[in-house]
Design a protein around this ligand. Structure first.
Ligand code: OSB
Ligand code: MG
Length: 371
């Protein structure tokens, strides 16, 4: 496929309900979508960078110029036999994984469409149905959180993950466990603690959690290995895993027992598959994380989740939990058993609704190959 042009745009989508983590409350998303135009085929990608550099140092205002000045010029005009060939072309740029993933994943979508195969098969997937969990943000009150958990359990979701931070943790987990002693429950601290709080973190062990996600610093692996020795609860790393070497290092020093894979965080599908494989070879389960994606990124997460070592329910949930109207058709739906059935059409199996996207677009730029 010859990469003739790239369209970059920002759309704005209000969330159905605010989403609060230990670092921020988000009411509305600003989302970068990227389209690669190759021989009459359009591939779509979503840049999962946030509105602010809080989850990671990347944010949408760093991704835009990085794509415009470096990543798009590195691939425009090139003819690739496979999407993964874009990785070495963009390798001179250090970091900026979410910006790179937007380009690479759009190319995978184009490749799948060109080869007339489902994206999940192209990625090496095998699962025909994936397990879904939900990530529930910090609420205004514990009662509100319990009501939300009840709704998600009734919907069939197989794992409840709650966001925690100092002051909204042990007290909240106690209330959840006293109402539901047996549900599959985990928590995500988004780096809200330090090792000085070890005695406090030990209290999490009483709740029989599936895991505690990223308790310590966003850029740390080593001290998580010290913490893991002290806890019965499995640690899952999210923020601090940027590539397969990070995953191998974390597992070599027993810093965690589970890894969360986000294609954006590791720079695209190619590296996500490598992280998956590094974990599989050590018999460590992975699951697919989410970044409040629109349908474009959501469809990509679903495809990735079909790889065989995605053995735990992911943060891959229905469109309607986030959006009044999603930008794909059909919207992502979850069965009463808490699963998503994998579609067999070429590409993601979800059609991008360009008319809706056009209306949501607040800025757009098109980059073309030099003649
Ligand atoms: O840590 O997994 C995270 C959302 C934004 C930034 C970081 C995280 C999250 C989530 C949301 O937990 C998961 C989802 O998209 O449903
Ligand atoms: Mg997380």
């Amino acid at each position: 496929m010859k990469i003739e042009a790239i369209t970059l745009r920002e759309i704005q989508m209000p969330l159905v309900h605010f989403f609060e983590t230990s670092f921020k409350r988000t009411f509305s998303r600003r989302i970068l979508l990227l389209t690669v135009h190759c021989d009459g085929i359009d591939g779509w990608g979503e840049c999962v960078a946030g509105e602010d550099p809080f989850y990671s140092s990347e944010w949408i205002e760093s991704a835009w110029p990085t794509i415009k000045h470096y990543l798009a010029p590195a691939v425009l005009g090139r003819t690739l036999a496979a999407a993964r060939e874009c990785v070495p072309l963009m390798a001179r740029v250090r970091g900026h994984h979410m910006a790179k993933a937007a380009v690479e994943n759009a190319l995978w979508d184009a490749e799948a469409k060109e080869k007339q195969v489902p994206l999940w098969k192209l990625l090496g997937g095998t699962l025909r149905e994936i397990s879904c969990g939900v990530s529930i943000g910090i609420q205004d009150s514990v009662e509100q959180l319990l009501d939300t958990i009840q709704i998600e359990l009734t919907a069939g979701y197989r794992r409840i993950k709650v966001k925690v931070k100092p002051g909204w943790d042990v007290n909240v987990l106690e209330r959840i466990r006293s109402r539901w002693p047996d549900i599959v429950l985990s928590c995500d601290a988004n780096s809200a603690y330090t090792l000085d709080q070890l005695e406090h973190l030990r209290k999490f062990d009483q709740f029989n959690l599936l895991m505690i996600e990223q308790p310590l610093w966003h850029d740390d692996i080593y001290y998580h290995s010290q913490l893991q020795k002290e806890l019965r609860t499995a640690i899952c790393l999210d923020e601090s895993i940027h590539h397969a070497r990070d995953a191998a290092k974390a597992l070599d020093i027993s810093a965690c027992r589970i890894i969360n894979i986000k294609a954006g965080r590791v720079g695209g599908f190619t590296e996500a598959i490598k992280v998956h494989d590094a974990c599989a070879s050590r018999n460590i389960p992975v699951w697919c994380g989410g970044m409040l994606e629109s349908g474009v990124g959501r469809a990509h997460n679903i495809a990735l989740s079909t790889l065989p070592n995605f053995r735990l329910p992911g943060d891959v949930s229905a469109s309607k939990r986030y959006w009044k109207e999603d930008i794909i058709e059909p919207e992502v739906e979850v069965t009463p058993q808490g699963t998503i059935l994998i579609r067999d059409e070429p590409g993601t199996g979800y059609r991008v609704r360009e008319d809706v996207i056009e209306k949501l677009t607040v800025r757009k730029e098109i980059f073309r190959a030099e003649k």
